[in-house]
Design a protein around this ligand. Structure first.
Ligand code: ACO
Length: 429
């Protein structure tokens, strides 16, 4: 007999089926709840709500497990590259050699953007935030490919295999152009011969007279950073992408919304916030202990610490923390911010406040230091996160469009405002 959950309210009882995922996670299927009982569930922040069934990524936050399509993040980080992982996340299987060559070919063929798009940069003030520019330009990208962005679900799905590598390639070009525009530097055209992360660094840092050639250490570190961010279950930005996709919006519009959601400091913007926090601690001559005490008094927040899902450790933070130390060693750099970060990590892990609340370093804690070491300006950190997360957003867009039940996502609410009132004429108020 299959399991059921019983709900009793007063004299009435109802049964609801239990559904179970492939990793044993169980949920009470409440889809009939309101129709049958007149009640809805209330779950502010969605901490107990499964918004979908998905076969892309699995997280066990208690055990610090993250797997994409069944492959452990440690395994992928040690053996795969970003584009291979992107393919896996999007299509569900590791690519064969031919499939990988074809996918990389499409990414390489799409490095350039339409020259008309260069004009968009003239419309942004120089102090615009790169995330605002990226969100706008990713949506605009769809205008240059109307056949790929029709908002006709069947047609958009039919063209997905063209649109996905195109977006993965062009997001990187647009990001590098944003940095150049803000610096008042001429755009550098992509070099299709270069690997994905090398090409990005070339477009960021080459000059018309001298080509920037990233060392293998730096190119690998950036590739690893992107790979570690490639997908992460139903986080704020991915849920946003799915929400927008559920209304039938095309892939470019949906991922552009994902960029906006990612921007906030409690989500992807935390990688910038971590560096700013470490810099201010350094500037104040604090070794981190004063800041920790302020965080415990709720006067400050220890950025890069805590996670809604991971309650023991964030496996991505572990890998990135190790990579960070390795890269700084290989580059012969000695960053005082890393020392402060280590001290904060140690102190917080031994402090009752953090232990009781199960607050551990998350991926953003070390990613800022790594990006700083490889020369990425702070304002671009969250943009780099967005480039890394794009495969996950694309895979989730595709899942909603192709295997969802086709219903628009539309939560309910508990209304707490005024009850019915009658209009009072202006002259009588
Ligand atoms: N520093 C100090 N205290 C914290 C922190 C922190 N970073 N995070 C949570 N707490 C405390 C809260 O004040 C709360 O304490 P209380 O029980 O005394 O009221 C308790 O821990 C629970 O915190 P919540 O805010 O309920 O946790 P939630 O799951 O809602 O938030 C979040 C998770 C947003 C990640 C939070 O830990 C945070 O703000 N961290 C800093 C920002 C950050 O690093 N974000 C990146 C997340 S990872 C990512 O998006 C890639």
């Amino acid at each position: 007999m299959s399991e059921e959950a019983k709900l009793t309210i007063g004299d009435n009882s109802w049964s609801f089926p239990i559904i179970e995922g492939t990793e044993g996670e169980k949920a009470i299927d409440t889809r009939r709840l309101r129709n049958e009982t007149g009640y809805i569930t209330y779950d502010d922040g969605y901490g107990n709500t499964g918004s979908c069934q998905s076969s892309i990524s699995f997280i066990d936050g208690e055990k610090g497990i993250l797997r994409h399509r069944g492959y452990g993040i440690e395994d992928l980080a040690a053996n795969a590259r970003f584009l291979e992982t992107a393919y896996l996340i999007i299509y569900g299987e590791l690519p064969s050699q031919d499939e990988y060559a074809a996918f990389r070919g499409l990414v390489h063929d799409n490095t350039q953007i339409h020259v008309g798009m260069e004009n968009h940069f003239d419309g942004f003030p120089l102090d615009s935030h790169p995330m605002a520019i990226l969100a706008a330009l990713l949506n605009s990208l769809g205008c240059y490919y109307p056949d790929l962005a029709t908002n006709d679900r069947d047609q958009d799905l039919e063209n997905f295999d063209t649109a996905a590598p195109l977006a993965i390639s062009k997001v990187r070009t647009l990001a590098a152009m944003t940095y150049r525009m803000k610096m008042g530097m001429p755009f550098i055209y992509p070099d299709p011969k270069l690997l994905y992360s090398q090409n990005f660094l070339h477009m960021m840092f080459s000059t018309p007279y001298e080509k920037f050639e990233a060392s293998d250490t730096v190119a690998h570190a950036l590739d690893l950073f992107l790979l570690l961010h490639a997908d992460h279950e139903q986080n704020c930005s991915t849920s946003t992408v799915r929400m927008v996709a559920s209304g039938g919006a095309n892939l470019f519009a949906s991922v552009s919304a994902g960029v906006s959601a990612l921007w906030g400091p409690l989500h992807g913007g935390a990688n910038m916030a971590v560096i700013r926090m470490l810099e201010s601690i350094h500037k104040d001559g604090d070794d981190g202990s004063r800041f920790i005490e302020a965080a415990k008094r709720k006067e400050a927040r220890l950025m890069g610490f805590g996670h809604r899902v991971y309650k023991n450790f964030d496996p991505r933070a572990k890998i990135l923390g190790e990579a960070c130390t390795r890269v700084l060693d290989e580059l012969g750099m000695n960053d005082p911010l890393l020392d402060i970060a280590h001290r904060l990590e140690q102190a917080a892990l031994e402090d009752r406040y953090f232990i009781e609340r199960r607050l551990y370093p998350n991926v953003d804690f070390y990613s800022g230091i790594l990006l700083k070491a490889i020369g990425i300006p702070v304002e671009m950190y969250t943009v780099l996160f967005a480039i890394g997360r794009l495969p996950g957003w694309l895979a989730n867009w595709r899942e909603v469009a192709s295997v969802g039940d086709g219903r628009i996502h539309r939560p309910r609410q508990i209304y707490t405002g005024s009850t019915k009132r009658d209009y009072v004429a202006l002259e009588e108020r």
